[in-house]
Ligand binder design. Structure first.
Ligand code: GLY
Length: 565
């Protein structure tokens, strides 16, 4: 086909643009920096900060606050999460801003007189709320490593909340679902409503004046804007009035913690991820070691042998997770060095039979909980600093409650503790000690923000929501890139499975595993259950030879996307 003059100009322009930023349907390329998040408005907020001279930490702080406004299902100031940070010198650190149990919490706080969980109270109602950590974590990371003033990073979100942004179809559908679901569980009755009292429709502007005021306070006073002053007072008042136990003392005492990352290697790449209180990094590295031991690159992707090996690695890592892991400040004897070692991987596969499934022994453990409404974003800047940040409210819209004076929703993260001491069931509820409730303890998480580095430079920045499936989603995506050499978008979209020890079954993404493979796996003794989708990954890879970042957001994210410059 002949090209006319206008087409030639257009082609010329796009070639020129390739040097700055370019997007195909599935991937976005950029030379100077990139943010990939569950909401493109928030990704753009982060990139604008990078363009103003901010570093990856600055962009992450700005993106996190923007997601509170534009992706309130999981973006939050009322929850908690983790940052993994690789700097341009190749050094890695992490920030733990996981929620904590309030001072008045106890191991049996969710039980009735018969020792059963009362009214789903570990997930429903204000007893389920952990002391939020997000603002403290972002503030601490910024104080230590940020470049631009704090106020400049919160400003875009104050404006987004005050001036509003265009309601998307995805958010509107969630708003209808949340508003209609159960009036007794009302999330701030007017939260999604405009001045006319109706839920704001797609294409209309959604403003959040109460949230704008709260964010303004945080913009002015940093950490203290949330944990002290009128915001803290209103949190305490709201808790008291509605059956919660979080007090101003809980808020004042909350501290985020900078921790050493967990580190593993796979075929010459360095893998950095989140240590406890997340179980994600330990389980990820244990499974990568098992895959290296099994020489997985030689096994055909998606074959029967592949699914069997991957599922057996998951089974073992989840058993170890449940037996050993919890808040490190309360569990001083966790055998992390052993779990992370290559020698351990050798012994863990000793009883693996390539012809049949292992058995999940109910006397052992598997963690049943973990909400699926978490969100992850990845950031890189022009100097090679990289951030992998996952944070959460636990369930979609957390506990679905919040003060209308504050305009944000609280988490229901207390549901990530083991609810009934000593009770472990084949359905997967566990009662082991490391993750029982205690005052000021952090509940075990599955979030797995991860950075893979090659020669000290970021190679892959990745993470996902999905409760317990997070660990396995990130694991298989890292494997897809490192062992199977897949492009980031293909690694994200490729078939995923999930096994978590108990219940003893493989979840698989429907239509992505052939009937023959399923039949072969069933003959080996595996039980298979289809599910629609596993994970919502947000990833960036770096090609050092071309000095080019490539980003991709999971197609299952309705409003997500990569932005770069
Ligand atoms: N709430 C999900 C997690 O932390 O694993």
């Amino acid at each position: 086909m002949k090209t006319n003059f206008i087409q030639k100009v257009a082609i010329g322009c796009s070639v020129l643009l390739l040097f700055f930023v370019s997007t195909t349907q599935a991937q976005t390329y950029a030379e100077n920096g990139m943010v990939v998040s569950d909401n493109v408005i928030a990704s753009q907020v982060g990139v604008d900060i990078l363009k103003k001279g901010g570093n990856a930490i600055d962009a992450a702080v700005a993106t996190a606050f923007a997601l509170e406004v534009t992706h309130p299902e999981a973006g939050n100031i009322g929850g908690g999460g983790f940052i993994v940070y690789l700097n341009s010198e190749g050094e890695v650190t992490t920030f733990d801003f996981r929620e904590k149990a309030p001072l008045a919490a106890s191991p049996t706080m969710f039980l009735d007189e018969n020792g059963k969980i009362k009214n789903n109270s570990n997930h429903q109602g204000l007893l389920a709320v952990g002391v939020p950590g997000t603002v403290a974590g972002l503030y601490q990371a910024h104080q230590k490593y940020g470049k631009l003033p704090w106020a400049d990073l919160v400003k875009p979100s104050v404006e987004l909340a005050k001036e509003g942004f265009t309601m998307s179809y995805g958010l509107y559908n969630a708003a209808v679902r949340m508003t209609d679901r159960d009036p007794s569980e009302d999330i701030m009755k007017n939260y999604f409503r405009g001045e006319n009292g109706q839920i704001v429709k797609p294409g209309e502007t959604w403003k959040q004046p109460a949230l704008a005021k709260t964010l303004k306070e945080i913009q002015k006073h940093g950490r203290d804007g949330f944990y002290k002053g009128w915001v803290a007072q209103e949190i305490e008042d709201y808790m008291k009035a509605n059956g919660g136990i979080i007090t101003k003392e809980d808020l004042e005492k909350y501290e985020a913690v900078e921790r050493e990352p967990v580190k593993g290697t796979f075929n010459g790449y360095d893998i950095y991820s989140m240590p406890p209180p997340s179980s994600g990094g330990v389980a990820l590295i244990e499974m990568m070691n098992l895959m290296e031991e099994a020489n997985i690159s030689e096994v055909e992707f998606n074959s029967t042998a592949y699914v069997h090996l991957v599922a057996e690695a998951m089974r073992r890592a989840f058993a170890d997770r449940a037996e050993f892991l919890g808040d490190p400040d309360f569990n001083l004897d966790m055998p992390l060095d052993r779990l992370l070692s290559k020698e351990f991987a050798k012994t863990r596969f000793e009883n693996l039979d390539m012809t049949k499934a292992s058995i999940s022994d109910p006397a052992q453990f598997g963690h049943p909980y973990g909400g699926d409404n978490t969100t992850h974003f990845s950031v890189v800047d022009k100097d090679g600093n990289a951030i992998s940040l996952t944070y959460t409210l636990e369930n979609s819209y957390g506990v679905k409650m919040g003060s209308s004076k504050l305009g944000f929703i609280f988490n229901n993260e207390m549901g990530d503790f083991n609810p009934v001491p000593g009770e472990t069931t084949t359905t997967g509820q566990i009662g082991s000690d490391p993750n029982l409730v205690a005052p000021e303890k952090r509940m075990l998480s599955s979030m797995t923000p991860t950075i893979v580095a090659k020669d000290g430079k970021p190679y892959l920045v990745i993470g996902s929501p999905g409760g317990r499936t997070i660990i396995n989603t990130v694991f298989q995506t890292v494997l897809n890139v490192l062992a199977y050499d897949m492009r980031i978008d293909r690694a994200i979209e490729a078939m995923k499975i999930h096994h978590q020890w108990l219940p003893d079954r493989i979840l698989y993404e429907v239509n992505l595993l052939s009937p023959d493979t399923r039949e072969a796996l069933e003959k080996m003794g595996h039980s298979l259950t289809p599910t629609t989708n596993i994970g919502v990954l947000m990833g960036i890879t770096y090609d050092a030879s071309k000095k080019l970042y490539t980003g991709a957001s999971d197609s299952s994210s309705e409003d997500g996307g990569a932005r770069g410059y």
